[in-house]
Design a protein around this ligand. Structure first.
Ligand code: NAI
Ligand code: A1CAB
Length: 272
């Protein structure tokens, strides 16, 4: 998809803000344009070069209120960043936040905004394979939602969420979720080492297994449950392992506690 030449002010361009910029660069390559103001002490010079190469306007003088303000600083930094952000917000500006926990109410109040979208991307966005969930304030129009989806689509799939109260669990599942999967690869490799494999072979086998299983699920469209059953021969090795993982103190209750802790942290971040 191309970009309909929006003017954007991006506040914070680290891992996730940088991924957004990379996605927009790819979109502009396909057509349209972009006027981008970046508020970031350490903006990646490679992104500056790429923006220039696709003909985007970077850091125009006196940008004033823009079409979209994107907040991609840490939630703990928001209060400090808010003051410098207000000058980009006018009556027609949409505010798109990717900050964990920060509520639509807080964003409206701190930025004098009404058309606010709170979203949760995840790190596979770096390769366009992320999933971004979002919820819009009541003042947002259909056009606002369409514009925001256009800005998020380069990151991967986009999921509208029905109610803001669900954004904490969304953050705990898809926002933080990649870390759980990477941890799975790490602990699988550690277990392999304990059973006698050398460190490098263990890590290669574990990471290819996690990556291959994820790709299989994505590319076949089959459910996780179906694919799990395909691996599990009656009386076989997988069954022996799953008896442990699915036990009363196994992976299910453990992840239930982990997701609950992450959702609670998201709520707490919103109270600061
Ligand atoms: N990393 C992840 O997996 C996800 C992160 N998020 C949210 O995305 C936001 C950004 O996270 P990351 O990109 O991972 O963090 P990051 O630390 O990579 O990026 C934050 C950037 O903000 C910049 N910054 C700090 N103070 C600033 C200020 N006053 N004005 C402008 N820029 C300032 C920093 O230099 C840094 O580059 C966070 O709010 C986080 O909750 C949401 C979903 C997933
Ligand atoms: O850990 C965090 O707070 C952020 C939000 C979701 C993923 N990373």
């Amino acid at each position: 998809m191309s970009l309909d030449s929006p003017s954007i002010a991006l506040v914070g361009a680290g891992a996730m803000g940088g991924a957004l910029v990379r996605g927009w660069i790819e979109a502009v390559r396909k057509g349209g344009g972009l006027t981008l103001t970046v508020v970031e002490p350490n903006f990646d010079p490679e992104l500056e070069r790429e923006l220039d190469a696709v003909g985007a306007v970077l850091n125009p003088p006196d940008p004033g209120p823009v079409d979209v303000v994107v907040l991609a600083v840490k939630p703990q930094t928001f209060a400090a960043a808010a003051e410098a952000t207000r000058k980009f917000v006018g009556p027609d500006t949409r505010v798109l936040s990717i900050m964990a926990g920060v509520t639509i109410d807080t964003l409206c109040r701190e930025l004098n905004a009404t058309r606010v979208i709170r979203s949760v991307p995840n790190t596979p966005a770096r390769i366009g394979r992320g999933v971004t969930a979002y919820v819009a304030s009541p003042a947002c129009t259909e056009e606002d939602r369409a514009l925001i989806e256009q800005l998020l689509e380069p990151l991967g799939t986009v999921e509208p969420i029905a109610a803001e109260r669900l954004m904490d669990v969304v953050t705990a599942v898809s926002g933080s979720g990649p870390a759980y999967v990477f941890l799975l690869a790490e602990v699988l490799a550690a277990a392999a080492e304990q059973e006698g494999l050398d460190k490098d072979t263990a890590m290669r086998l574990a990471s290819r297994t996690v990556a291959g299983a994820g790709a299989l699920m994505l590319e076949t469209g089959e459910t996780a449950s179906t694919l799990r059953k395909q691996v599990t021969s009656p009386g076989g090795t997988t069954e022996a392992a799953l008896d442990v993982l699915a036990s009363a103190d196994g992976l299910g209750p453990l992840l239930r506690r982990a997701v609950s802790a992450a959702a609670q942290r998201s709520r707490d971040l919103g109270k600061r």
